[in-house]
Design a protein around this ligand. Structure first.
Ligand SMILES: Nc1ncnc2c1ncn2[C@@H]1O[C@H](COP(=O)(O)OP(=O)(O)O)[C@@H](O)[C@H]1O
Ligand SMILES: Cc1ncc(COP(=O)(O)OP(=O)(O)O)c(N)n1
Length: 266
């Protein structure tokens, strides 16, 4: 079985973060291991974040990378500049393909990241990534395209993000995009693809972004072509939102087990 690494924060409610990643890996038949960057607590007032030290992150990465044959790693919330540098240092001269979910704008609440961190994400991390999967707000930020309201805007933003040095970009338009359809837009060096599902009118979308990127990572590790991985990840997260776990009238988590229950496994 393929071993896949997630480098991510912990989400106390297990909506997003490494909990969502590891559950998704399990459901898609890869063995998930983790390096924790930070602890996120979500409560009705918003998000509290506690970033782990660079030494602690470094030790975890040494442990996994020195003992396991890892070909694919998903990078979620990193938290600060020091931890971003640790990740670059440990991974940039390896053959590991990096799937970067930038986690700059949470739908669970507002969070501020320092400019040195967001700049380094653009100038150091994206150029060594295989795929980046921003949500709509992250895509606007990374591309400097201020309003993403049409499919043309999304295509333009993806091109600008690709120009930062990452060959493959998926913009998760999700619930933030106008209209009744949830779109994912994939831009590769050889073409573009739109994926769509009906937009679900539910609040159980916490973890949708993490789950989507984790599903792509697992499927790539199982040798799916990128287009097929994005297609199946779109379906996986759709079913997970539909069968999600409500927490409050405004908040609920994706349930990664929905795909197992509803679909014949590929
Ligand atoms: N309301 C929704 N209905 C159907 N699919 C959704 C919905 N919200 C998100 N998704 C799916 O989850 C993926 C990740 O969504 P993300 O952009 O992180 O969600 P949000 O826009 O809610 O923050 C989207 O690309 C889409 O495939
Ligand atoms: C630790 C941690 N990382 C990321 C998230 C965000 O999760 P998700 O809901 O999948 O992402 P967005 O759709 O808001 O981009 C989290 N909650 N915790």
């Amino acid at each position: 079985m393929e071993t896949v690494l997630t480098i991510a924060g912990s989400d106390s409610l297990a909506g997003g973060g490494l909990q969502a990643d590891l559950k998704t890996f399990e459901e898609l038949n890869v063995f998930g291991v983790s390096a924790i960057t930070s602890l996120i607590n979500v409560d009705p007032t918003g998000i509290q974040s506690h970033v782990l030290s660079a030494d602690l992150l470094s030790e975890q990465l040494d442990s996994t990378l020195s003992q396991l044959p890892i070909r694919f790693a998903k990078i979620g919330l990193i938290g600060n500049f020091s931890n971003l540098l640790v990740i670059i240092k440990k991974l940039m001269n390896t053959d590991i393909k990096l799937i970067v979910d930038p986690v700059l704008f949470f739908k669970e609440g507002a969070h501020y990241f320092q400019k040195v961190y967001t700049d380094a994400m653009k100038s150091l991390l994206l150029p060594v990534a295989y795929l980046v999967t921003p949500n709509l707000e992250e895509a606007a930020f990374l591309s400097n395209v201020s309003k993403l309201e049409t499919k043309d805007d999304v295509q333009q933003a993806a091109q600008k993000i690709q120009a930062l040095g990452c060959p493959n970009v998926v913009i998760k338009c999700g619930s933030r995009f106008p209209g009744d359809t949830a779109y994912n837009y994939l831009l590769t060096e050889s073409g573009e693809h739109w994926f769509e599902t009906p937009k679900l009118a539910v609040t159980t979308t916490d973890g949708a972004g993490c789950t989507f990127s984790a599903a792509i990572t697992a499927l790539l590790a199982r040798n799916y072509a990128l287009v097929d991985a994005v297609q199946l990840a779109t379906r996986f997260v759709y079913l997970g939102i539909q069968a999600g776990i409500p927490i409050s009238p405004h908040l609920g988590s994706v349930w990664q087990g929905a795909y197992r229950q509803k679909e014949v496994h590929p």
